[in-house]
Ligand binder design. Structure first.
Ligand code: ATP
Ligand code: MG
Length: 366
């Protein structure tokens, strides 16, 4: 999606496959003959679309002087221990947590945080992978057994209190090389089994106070990191307070709605930011729902008959829990958006889209 947004700007994107250490065309995946070293040498600017980058490669691209958003931002996004340290340094409220590098310390975490916990591997987790849950002390022995297979000295665990939040929100924005920032509106994210299924943009019922809080946190982060590009900050809303869940130093799934719903999509704004171009307006054209297609490919294309419905497939083979693509649906107002989500639900298997009915109903009654 980044390279699709790059083409009309006259930019050419080459991708580094960080595992194979090869240079590939991001769309066709054709392997180019040039080496990673040559690609780094030739590039005008280098960025990342995910944070799990081998340290030596991160050091190398950073040393080129052409890397954005910022090395420290990628490291904080990739390592929950560093992320928590960053939030603590900036006094940004986040989930009560306890970090352990020895399983014997799990009991201390339970004593401090209670017996409803989410345990997160500090590295290499995404979409709910690398997470375990504790729902009551009776599950503790089995949990310890599971965790005993991990090397906590190498990858410590961040243990968080299981919060009873009202909802999940995220804020995306882009910061240019001159420090100028543009914000997308706060969006609401619906998760199922630790994975994002639905984003509603803009989020409904957002107070100005909530908006200010989110933007204040965003500014503190990007200024500390001297960040350039799109950043996503995920929040839990508890009453009128926002707690940061995590930060994503990149374009983000909860920003995919902007491909149809906003004046300038997140991919274009990321490219503009890192290329030193003026940032694009983030004006919302229409309320938009982003519906992830997860672990399924058995749907008809007839969904495209819904006005304002756009399909974005990623060209992947189906696998359980794999994000295969997403659909953006825009409408003139939330009630109409609810009706369109309801209509969409008829075209796809409910087991893979478990959040649609309730959300369609909620929006229809707004
Ligand atoms: P992703 O890559 O999709 O953002 P992730 O694997 O990095 O996910 P998190 O964002 O930390 O993981 O957690 C995934 C989801 O699990 C959250 O969006 C939220 O729904 C739930 N969750 C995580 N931490 C907590 C918590 N402390 N209390 C309650 N729910 C939580
Ligand atoms: Mg997350």
């Amino acid at each position: 999606m980044m390279s699709l947004a790059a083409y009309p700007l006259g930019l050419t994107v080459m991708a580094i496959d960080v595992n194979a250490r090869s240079v590939v065309d991001p769309l066709s995946k054709t392997v180019f003959t040039c080496s990673v070293n040559e690609a780094i040498e030739q590039a005008d600017v280098i960025s990342a679309e995910f944070e799990h980058i081998p340290q030596d490669l991160l050091e190398q691209v950073n040393a080129s002087g052409k890397f954005y958003p910022a090395k420290a931002a990628i490291e904080a996004g990739a390592d929950r221990v560093k992320e928590k340290a960053l939030l603590a340094k900036l006094a940004i409220d986040n989930c009560p947590n306890y970090i352990i590098d020895d399983l014997a310390l799990l009991d201390n975490a339970v004593a401090q945080l209670g017996e409803q916990l989410i345990i997160k591997a500090s590295r290499d987790g995404y979409d709910g992978y690398g997470q375990w849950r504790l729902n009551g002390l009776q599950q503790l022995p089995a949990l310890k057994q599971q965790l005993s297979e991990l090397d906590l000295k190498k990858v410590p665990l961040v243990i968080e209190k299981m919060l009873k939040f009202e909802r999940e929100l995220s804020l995306l924005g882009a910061r240019g090389k001159d420090g100028h920032i543009v914000f997308y509106p706060l969006v609401e994210n619906l998760h199922h089994q630790g994975q994002l299924h639905v984003t509603i943009a803009p989020a409904t019922q957002v107070t100005e106070a909530l908006n200010q809080q989110a933007q204040h946190i965003f500014r503190a982060l990007v200024e500390e990191l001297d960040y350039v590009g799109v950043l996503a900050v995920e929040f839990f809303q508890m009453g009128e307070q926002l707690l940061v869940n995590e930060i994503a130093p990149r374009v983000h799934n909860s920003g995919h709605w902007s491909m149809q719903g906003a004046d300038t999509c997140q991919f274009e704004n990321h490219l503009r930011a890192i290329s030193g171009l003026p940032l694009g307006a983030t004006t919302v054209f229409k309320p938009t729902a982003m519906l992830n297609i997860i672990g399924c490919d058995d749907f008809t294309m007839d969904m495209l008959s819904i006005a304002g419905c756009h399909l974005h497939l990623y060209g992947k083979t189906v696998r359980a829990k794999r994000k295969m693509g997403h659909v953006n649906i825009s409408a003139d107002n939330y009630a109409e958006l609810g009706q369109k989500i309801q209509a969409f639900a008829h075209y796809v298997p409910e087991e893979h889209f478990p959040m649609l009915k309730d959300e369609a109903h909620r929006l229809s009654t707004l």
